[in-house]
Design a protein around this ligand. Structure first.
Ligand code: MN
Length: 245
């Protein structure tokens, strides 16, 4: 049985601070929105990207890090160049939107828990990620970056199905930086959901960034990123002025 701490607000709750609004993503061709619950990200899920990061793909088990839901920035906006880095990188990714409770889900049932898919940019302070990695420290400063979880509108699986292949691309100021096929994912979407659901009660609004293909690279203030995933959608963002030091 699932134990839950009683942390819910009621109509009688008097907050000492205004609660943070729930971040949400538009559903494509709809007025509906997806509330974002948690953001899981898979590391090294394309072999060529693992190689460019200097580490072989681990075929034993996938691994994860997380981003805060408050880090969500919507496609079509301008995001600040964050403080604390001089090597801010783009990572173009297919993102899975969970639409039903999933706990200890079998692979064969995993896709029935998916609401839809969108494009995501896992923006990364690469200098800090690599220095943390070298010191065997957590990656939070490298990965959990304010405005660093850029997301497009969501394409419902009811409309587009469950894409197994299709071109995933990212252009910076019109020049192609990343180009691969989502069929190259080391761990497939059903495998990821089955595995992650052994550790978490996945629930509607949970997102899974599925990993980036090769070609990650730095951005500078003023750069424009345009990404696309065949059969899913498009994403674009402009890198704004540096935010602080
Ligand atoms: Mn990533």
């Amino acid at each position: 049985m699932r134990m839950r701490a009683d942390t819910s607000a009621t109509s009688m709750t008097r907050f000492v601070f205004d609660p943070v609004p729930v971040p949400s993503l538009p559903v494509l061709r709809s007025q509906d929105r997806v509330p974002v619950r948690r953001i899981f990200c898979v590391g090294r899920n394309y072999e060529e990207h693992a190689k460019e990061m200097g580490i072989a793909v681990d075929r034993e088990t996938p691994f994860y890090f997380t981003k805060s839901p408050s880090a969500v920035a919507l496609s079509g906006t301008t995001i600040a160049y964050p403080p604390g880095t001089s090597n801010y990188h783009h990572e173009m990714e297919l993102v899975v939107v969970i639409g039903a409770p999933a706990f200890w889900v079998e692979m064969g049932a995993a896709l029935s828990k998916v609401y839809g898919y969108c494009c995501g940019l896992d923006m990364t302070r690469r200098d800090l990620q690599l220095s943390e990695r070298a010191k065997q420290r957590p990656w939070d400063l490298g990965k959990d970056v304010e405005m660093g979880a850029v997301l497009s509108g969501v394409a419902p699986a009811a409309s587009i199905g469950h894409p197994q292949h299709g071109r995933i691309e990212l252009r910076c100021n019109g020049a192609t930086r990343q180009s691969a096929d989502i069929a190259e994912l080391v761990w497939s979407v059903p495998e990821l959901i089955a595995h992650l659901s052994c550790f978490y009660h996945l629930a509607p609004g949970d997102l899974i960034y599925t990993g980036t293909p090769a070609g990650v690279g730095p951005v500078e203030p003023g750069d424009r990123l345009d990404g696309s995933i065949e059969g899913v959608g498009e994403i674009s963002v402009v890198i704004g002025a540096p935010d602080g030091g």
